[in-house]
Design a protein around this ligand. Structure first.
Ligand code: CA
Length: 231
Protein backbone atom coordinates (compact mmCIF):
# COMPACT_ATOMS: atom_id res chain seq x y z
CA UNK A 1 0.00 0.00 0.00
CA UNK A 2 1.37 3.39 -0.98
CA UNK A 3 1.05 5.97 1.81
CA UNK A 4 -1.11 8.94 0.82
CA UNK A 5 0.43 12.33 1.66
CA UNK A 6 -1.35 15.65 1.64
CA UNK A 7 1.00 18.58 0.98
CA UNK A 8 -0.17 22.05 2.08
CA UNK A 9 2.19 24.70 0.71
CA UNK A 10 1.26 28.07 -0.77
CA UNK A 11 4.38 28.67 -2.86
CA UNK A 12 3.73 27.03 -6.26
CA UNK A 13 7.34 26.12 -7.11
CA UNK A 14 7.90 24.53 -3.71
CA UNK A 15 4.55 22.73 -3.81
CA UNK A 16 5.42 21.35 -7.24
CA UNK A 17 8.86 20.27 -6.07
CA UNK A 18 7.45 18.54 -2.97
CA UNK A 19 4.77 16.73 -4.98
CA UNK A 20 7.36 15.64 -7.53
CA UNK A 21 9.85 14.33 -4.99
CA UNK A 22 7.26 12.53 -2.89
CA UNK A 23 5.75 10.97 -6.00
CA UNK A 24 9.21 9.83 -7.09
CA UNK A 25 9.74 8.29 -3.63
CA UNK A 26 6.65 6.14 -4.11
CA UNK A 27 4.04 8.14 -2.18
CA UNK A 28 0.63 9.06 -3.46
CA UNK A 29 0.33 12.83 -3.26
CA UNK A 30 -2.40 15.47 -3.18
CA UNK A 31 -1.51 19.15 -2.83
CA UNK A 32 -3.35 22.19 -1.48
CA UNK A 33 -2.34 25.86 -1.55
CA UNK A 34 -4.08 26.86 1.67
CA UNK A 35 -5.98 25.60 4.69
CA UNK A 36 -9.42 25.82 3.10
CA UNK A 37 -8.36 23.77 0.11
CA UNK A 38 -6.65 21.30 2.43
CA UNK A 39 -9.85 20.78 4.40
CA UNK A 40 -11.82 20.19 1.19
CA UNK A 41 -9.30 17.53 0.15
CA UNK A 42 -9.32 15.96 3.62
CA UNK A 43 -13.05 15.55 3.45
CA UNK A 44 -12.72 13.53 0.27
CA UNK A 45 -10.01 11.25 1.57
CA UNK A 46 -8.12 11.01 4.84
CA UNK A 47 -4.37 11.14 4.22
CA UNK A 48 -1.81 8.94 5.95
CA UNK A 49 0.32 12.01 6.65
CA UNK A 50 0.05 15.78 6.22
CA UNK A 51 3.06 17.86 5.23
CA UNK A 52 2.12 21.32 6.34
CA UNK A 53 3.82 24.66 5.73
CA UNK A 54 3.96 26.85 8.84
CA UNK A 55 3.45 30.11 6.92
CA UNK A 56 0.19 29.96 4.96
CA UNK A 57 -2.15 32.76 3.91
CA UNK A 58 -5.40 33.15 5.90
CA UNK A 59 -5.53 30.03 8.02
CA UNK A 60 -1.99 29.56 9.39
CA UNK A 61 -0.24 26.21 9.45
CA UNK A 62 -0.47 26.27 13.24
CA UNK A 63 -4.23 26.87 13.20
CA UNK A 64 -4.79 24.21 10.54
CA UNK A 65 -2.72 21.79 12.60
CA UNK A 66 -4.92 22.43 15.63
CA UNK A 67 -8.09 22.02 13.55
CA UNK A 68 -6.88 18.71 12.17
CA UNK A 69 -6.29 17.52 15.72
CA UNK A 70 -9.88 18.44 16.67
CA UNK A 71 -11.48 16.66 13.71
CA UNK A 72 -12.38 13.08 14.41
CA UNK A 73 -11.16 11.73 11.08
CA UNK A 74 -7.79 13.52 11.24
CA UNK A 75 -7.11 13.57 14.99
CA UNK A 76 -4.49 10.83 14.65
CA UNK A 77 -3.05 11.64 11.23
CA UNK A 78 0.66 12.41 11.60
CA UNK A 79 1.62 15.98 10.72
CA UNK A 80 5.05 17.26 9.71
CA UNK A 81 5.41 21.04 9.74
CA UNK A 82 7.72 22.86 7.33
CA UNK A 83 9.30 25.88 8.94
CA UNK A 84 11.60 28.60 7.69
CA UNK A 85 15.05 29.12 9.12
CA UNK A 86 14.77 31.27 12.23
CA UNK A 87 11.49 29.76 13.33
CA UNK A 88 13.43 27.32 15.47
CA UNK A 89 11.74 23.95 15.62
CA UNK A 90 12.78 23.59 19.27
CA UNK A 91 10.72 26.59 20.24
CA UNK A 92 7.77 25.44 18.09
CA UNK A 93 7.93 22.01 19.66
CA UNK A 94 7.20 23.75 22.95
CA UNK A 95 3.96 25.20 21.57
CA UNK A 96 1.05 22.84 21.68
CA UNK A 97 0.90 22.41 17.92
CA UNK A 98 0.10 18.74 17.76
CA UNK A 99 2.74 18.30 15.03
CA UNK A 100 4.75 15.08 15.02
CA UNK A 101 7.89 16.56 13.53
CA UNK A 102 9.35 19.80 12.16
CA UNK A 103 11.57 20.24 9.12
CA UNK A 104 13.45 23.45 8.55
CA UNK A 105 13.71 24.89 5.03
CA UNK A 106 15.80 24.50 3.03
CA UNK A 107 15.96 20.72 3.23
CA UNK A 108 17.09 18.05 0.79
CA UNK A 109 14.52 15.75 -0.82
CA UNK A 110 16.39 12.77 0.67
CA UNK A 111 16.07 14.18 4.18
CA UNK A 112 12.38 14.99 3.69
CA UNK A 113 11.56 11.50 2.46
CA UNK A 114 13.55 9.90 5.26
CA UNK A 115 11.77 12.03 7.89
CA UNK A 116 8.35 11.18 6.43
CA UNK A 117 9.20 7.49 6.49
CA UNK A 118 10.43 7.80 10.07
CA UNK A 119 7.18 9.42 11.23
CA UNK A 120 5.05 6.88 9.33
CA UNK A 121 7.01 4.03 10.87
CA UNK A 122 6.59 5.43 14.35
CA UNK A 123 2.91 6.24 14.04
CA UNK A 124 1.76 3.52 11.68
CA UNK A 125 3.83 0.37 12.04
CA UNK A 126 1.89 -1.06 9.08
CA UNK A 127 4.01 1.21 6.90
CA UNK A 128 7.22 -0.08 8.43
CA UNK A 129 9.66 -0.97 5.74
CA UNK A 130 12.47 -3.41 5.78
CA UNK A 131 14.80 -0.95 4.16
CA UNK A 132 16.06 2.34 5.63
CA UNK A 133 17.57 4.80 3.19
CA UNK A 134 19.43 8.08 3.37
CA UNK A 135 21.36 9.70 0.55
CA UNK A 136 23.31 6.82 -1.02
CA UNK A 137 23.10 4.71 2.13
CA UNK A 138 20.75 1.74 2.32
CA UNK A 139 20.17 -0.56 5.31
CA UNK A 140 18.28 -3.78 4.62
CA UNK A 141 16.91 -4.76 8.03
CA UNK A 142 15.61 -8.15 6.96
CA UNK A 143 18.92 -9.25 5.46
CA UNK A 144 20.96 -7.25 8.02
CA UNK A 145 23.04 -5.68 5.26
CA UNK A 146 24.22 -2.15 4.57
CA UNK A 147 25.18 -0.62 1.25
CA UNK A 148 26.78 2.63 0.24
CA UNK A 149 25.79 2.94 -3.40
CA UNK A 150 26.45 -0.56 -4.73
CA UNK A 151 29.14 -1.46 -2.25
CA UNK A 152 28.38 -3.46 0.88
CA UNK A 153 29.56 -2.04 4.21
CA UNK A 154 30.45 -4.28 7.13
CA UNK A 155 29.73 -3.06 10.65
CA UNK A 156 29.97 -4.42 14.18
CA UNK A 157 26.63 -5.00 15.97
CA UNK A 158 27.00 -1.73 17.92
CA UNK A 159 27.91 0.26 14.83
CA UNK A 160 24.91 -1.29 13.08
CA UNK A 161 22.55 -0.26 15.92
CA UNK A 162 24.04 3.23 15.99
CA UNK A 163 23.62 3.68 12.23
CA UNK A 164 20.08 2.31 12.41
CA UNK A 165 19.22 4.88 15.10
CA UNK A 166 20.55 7.68 12.88
CA UNK A 167 18.70 6.34 9.82
CA UNK A 168 15.45 6.26 11.79
CA UNK A 169 15.97 9.86 12.89
CA UNK A 170 17.70 11.63 10.01
CA UNK A 171 18.72 15.25 10.48
CA UNK A 172 18.29 15.11 14.24
CA UNK A 173 21.15 15.89 16.59
CA UNK A 174 21.70 13.48 19.47
CA UNK A 175 23.97 14.14 22.41
CA UNK A 176 26.43 11.45 23.42
CA UNK A 177 24.28 10.75 26.48
CA UNK A 178 21.19 10.26 24.34
CA UNK A 179 23.09 7.93 22.03
CA UNK A 180 24.40 5.91 24.98
CA UNK A 181 20.87 5.63 26.25
CA UNK A 182 19.26 4.63 22.98
CA UNK A 183 21.94 2.55 21.36
CA UNK A 184 23.89 0.99 24.21
CA UNK A 185 21.11 0.91 26.80
CA UNK A 186 20.99 2.62 30.15
CA UNK A 187 22.03 -0.24 32.38
CA UNK A 188 25.53 -0.43 31.02
CA UNK A 189 28.42 1.36 32.62
CA UNK A 190 29.93 2.83 29.48
CA UNK A 191 31.90 6.03 29.14
CA UNK A 192 30.90 8.87 26.84
CA UNK A 193 34.11 8.62 24.88
CA UNK A 194 33.01 5.14 23.74
CA UNK A 195 30.37 6.96 21.69
CA UNK A 196 33.02 9.13 20.01
CA UNK A 197 35.16 6.08 19.28
CA UNK A 198 32.23 4.18 17.77
CA UNK A 199 31.25 7.19 15.66
CA UNK A 200 34.84 7.36 14.41
CA UNK A 201 34.77 3.70 13.40
CA UNK A 202 31.35 4.06 11.80
CA UNK A 203 32.53 7.07 9.85
CA UNK A 204 35.60 5.20 8.61
CA UNK A 205 33.46 2.26 7.55
CA UNK A 206 30.95 4.45 5.69
CA UNK A 207 33.34 6.83 3.97
CA UNK A 208 34.44 4.40 1.30
CA UNK A 209 36.15 5.64 -1.83
CA UNK A 210 35.62 9.40 -1.82
CA UNK A 211 31.96 9.40 -0.77
CA UNK A 212 30.87 12.40 1.30
CA UNK A 213 30.74 12.15 5.09
CA UNK A 214 27.11 11.82 6.23
CA UNK A 215 27.79 12.02 9.96
CA UNK A 216 27.87 15.57 11.23
CA UNK A 217 29.68 16.49 14.43
CA UNK A 218 27.88 19.35 16.17
CA UNK A 219 30.34 20.95 18.52
CA UNK A 220 29.28 20.69 22.17
CA UNK A 221 25.98 19.11 21.08
CA UNK A 222 26.55 15.71 19.57
CA UNK A 223 26.09 13.97 16.26
CA UNK A 224 23.55 13.70 13.46
CA UNK A 225 23.06 11.99 10.14
CA UNK A 226 22.99 14.93 7.83
CA UNK A 227 23.66 15.61 4.21
CA UNK A 228 25.05 19.04 5.02
CA UNK A 229 27.96 17.14 6.49
CA UNK A 230 28.98 16.68 2.86
CA UNK A 231 29.80 20.37 2.54
CA1 CA B 1 4.46 29.47 2.86
Amino acid sequence: MRPFILVVEDEPPLQKLLAYNLGAAGFEVAAAFDGEEAITLLEERTPDLVLLDWMLPQLSGLELCRRLRRRQTTAHVPIIMLTARGEEPDRLRGLDTGADDFITKPFSPAELVARIRAVLRRVRPAFAEDVLEFHDLRMDLAAHRIYRGEQEIHLSPTEFRLLRHFLENPGRVFSRNQLLDRVWGTDLDIELRTVDATIRRLRRALNIEDRPDLLRTVRAEGYSLDQTACA
